[in-house]
Ligand binder design. Structure first.
Ligand code: NDP
Ligand SMILES: O=C(O)C1=N[C@H](C(=O)O)C[C@H](O)C1
Length: 242
């Protein structure tokens, strides 16, 4: 049984996570939200799980480093500066960062990388996502994770091939681009499709989250797996040995 602390505990994911911790037979060691310090929570936990906001990341990493416990980061909307902080902290503690903790999306990313490596560059790659009306970041962390998987399969950098927010007279699609489109509305837990558009045919690989409980279950699994690991940066593909 592990003591799991929740950062962002009163949010949609924080509440789903509390249920998943109990269902898995672990102990919920408490939670923090905006304006609260994560240090005391870290000192009474074996692992922290963060579903909060990017601006909380620095304090969360620092808090986990004091007792030397692992941190699972599910928060999305991270920028290059956040990834640099994670890389630095991963020299001292185990850190798992992912835009999606579900089993289905982790497998989807694997399949997307495989498809992108087998289909030639003439197959255009577009990623479409839809989420509930309260979501604040776009493209979603999952869409970016799938874009990274496609770019890896192609042997290219996502940063220099990404096209999003098309509007107006955009000109023709750039050769080799990986496109992103984000839809928002209702209560959608998370839909993602990666479309490979070739000449006269299309291949679509999709995942639909029916309930955010799948993210919570995956996060608990990841947290449990991370305890006792060597310091380093890990992914859900490591957890599932893909
Ligand atoms: N990786 C994955 O599988 C998934 C990732 N997510 C991501 O998780 C994050 C949270 O999503 P969701 O639960 O829907 O969002 P919510 O807005 O429902 O919850 C966010 C919670 O974080 C708290 N919070 C905000 N700022 C801080 C801070 N500085 N320190 C501590 N807590 C803070 C909020 O508190 P307050 O209300 O007081 O501001 C709130 O309780 C998002 O980035 C989302 O994209 C979501 C689902 C799955
Ligand atoms: O904010 C959400 O709800 C979700 N966020 C993650 C993302 O940005 O991909 C994961 C999931 O799709 C739900």
């Amino acid at each position: 049984m592990a003591r799991i602390g929740i950062i962002g505990s009163k949010g949609r994911m924080g509440q789903a996570l509390a249920s998943a911790i109990e269902a898995a037979g672990h102990e919920h060691s408490g939670g923090v939200d905006q304006g609260e310090q994560p240090g005391p929570l870290a000192s009474r936990s074996d692992v922290l799980v963060d579903f909060s906001a990017p601006q909380a990341l620095g304090a969360n990493l620092a808090a986990a480093r004091v007792p030397g416990i692992p941190l699972v980061i599910g928060t999305t909307g991270l920028g290059a500066e956040h990834h640099a902080l994670i890389d630095e902290a991963a020299g001292a503690i185990p850190v798992l960062q992912t835009g999606n903790t579900s089993l289905g999306v982790t497998l989807l990313a694997y399949l997307v990388q495989e498809a992108a490596s087998r289909l030639g560059p003439e197959w255009d790659i577009e990623i479409v996502e839809m989420h509930h009306r309260m979501k604040v970041d776009a493209p979603s962390g999952t869409a970016l994770l799938l874009g990274e998987a496609a770019a890896r399969g192609r042997g290219i950098e996502l940063a220099s091939h990404s096209e999003s927010g098309r509007d107006g007279h955009t000109g023709a699609r750039a050769d080799g681009a990986i496109g992103f489109a984000a839809l928002r509305g209702g209560t959608v837990a998370g839909d993602h499709s990666v479309i490979f558009a070739g000449s006269q045919e299309r291949l679509r690989l999709s995942h639909q989250a029916e309930d955010r409980a799948i993210f919570a279950t995956g996060a608990v699994h990841a947290a449990d797996w991370l305890i006792g690991r060597e310091p380093g940066r890990y992914s859900m593909q490591d957890v599932l040995a893909l």
